[in-house]
Ligand binder design. Sequence first.
Ligand SMILES: Cc1cc2nc3c(=O)[nH]c(=O)nc-3n(C[C@H](O)[C@H](O)[C@H](O)COP(=O)(O)O)c2cc1C
Length: 357
Amino acid sequence: MTDLTNLPRYDAAQTYDWNYAHAPEPVEVDVPAVRGAWDFCGLKVASPLGVAAGPLLNGRWVRYYASLGFDVLTYKTVRSVERACYAMPNLVPVDTSPLAGGQMAGGEASVPAAATMGRTWAVSFGMPSKAPEVWRADVEETRKLLPREKVLVVSVVATEQPGWTIDDMAADYARCAQWAVESGADAVETNFSCPNVCTSDGQLYQQPADAARCAAAVREAIGRTPYVVKVGHIRNAEEAAALTAAIGPFVDGLAMTNSVAAPVRAADGTLLFDGAPRGICGAAILEASLAQTRMVRQVVTQRYLREAVKPAALVGVGGAFSAEDVRRYLVAGAASVHLATAVMVEPGVALAIRAGW
Ligand SMILES: Cc1cc2nc3c(=O)[nH]c(=O)nc-3n(C[C@H](O)[C@H](O)[C@H](O)COP(=O)(O)O)c2cc1C
């Protein structure tokens, strides 16, 4: 019988490559059913529970978490070229107790590092990717080995080269998305919460016209395959309206929130990562991500009422650890809830959520 209190997990003291090579085997456990009819961008699923892009480094990690009660499995973001991981540390626990309610609001000048992991950390991987021939073969094998009723999403990102225009970026997104689908992905996610220095030093999701160029190219490349765009922290309803109007025609779903960015301060007062912000992920972004989900739901519903434009399905991401957190996302307007930090620090989390449903 599997010991659920001591399940294998990502080892933050080891490198990304070590963890890639040391994926656990699937386990045999009773997975409690979640009552209700659930849907992920038009695909029937057994629960609203999924793993967000990040914890599933390869197909063996995908199958491990599928065995632990997740129904939608997102393969960690891959690229059209091989890319090494940032130097360690890749995961730095942060202390969010000085923040109001322990929650990130966005715009923090810095957050303090913590000696031990609670439920929130700064994430610094730089979206590493194996070479396309490696991840494409792995996705193909994974789809064959994964139980048919589980949904395999592959997350992709473009890799900008010097002198590239936004159309080059769009073509690179489309190339990766097409490869993912050819390899057997049931759905594609494009990470738009990444820097896009083609046009400015903002992020793609904050540049609606460029985001739409990329989303249109992806849609063209993948036909009717379900397509989700992952976005970061949106500041207000105007930004949400501009983004959803621009990319809405091309996508089936919107996943939010990638993280809330902030620099991280060491105990001696110095800033880690050369003072550059890092994505803060885990429990301390729950309220900000819930608020964003509510706001975007309202924006897309208003547009639906005004113009009869089919609203994108929302994938709630950020800070969920419990059945109550999942319920709150569903009430906020999400159709699915995907977890990253929780699955890494509490690998049996989906079983606990299902048991408490
Ligand atoms: C270790 C780790 C790696 C991540 N890598 C990616 C990634 O490759 N692509 C991506 O879109 N998001 C990535 N994320 C962000 C997660 O998908 C998610 O948006 C974020 O962690 C917030 O969810 P959480 O609070 O449940 O962790 C990563 C997160 C973690 C913790």
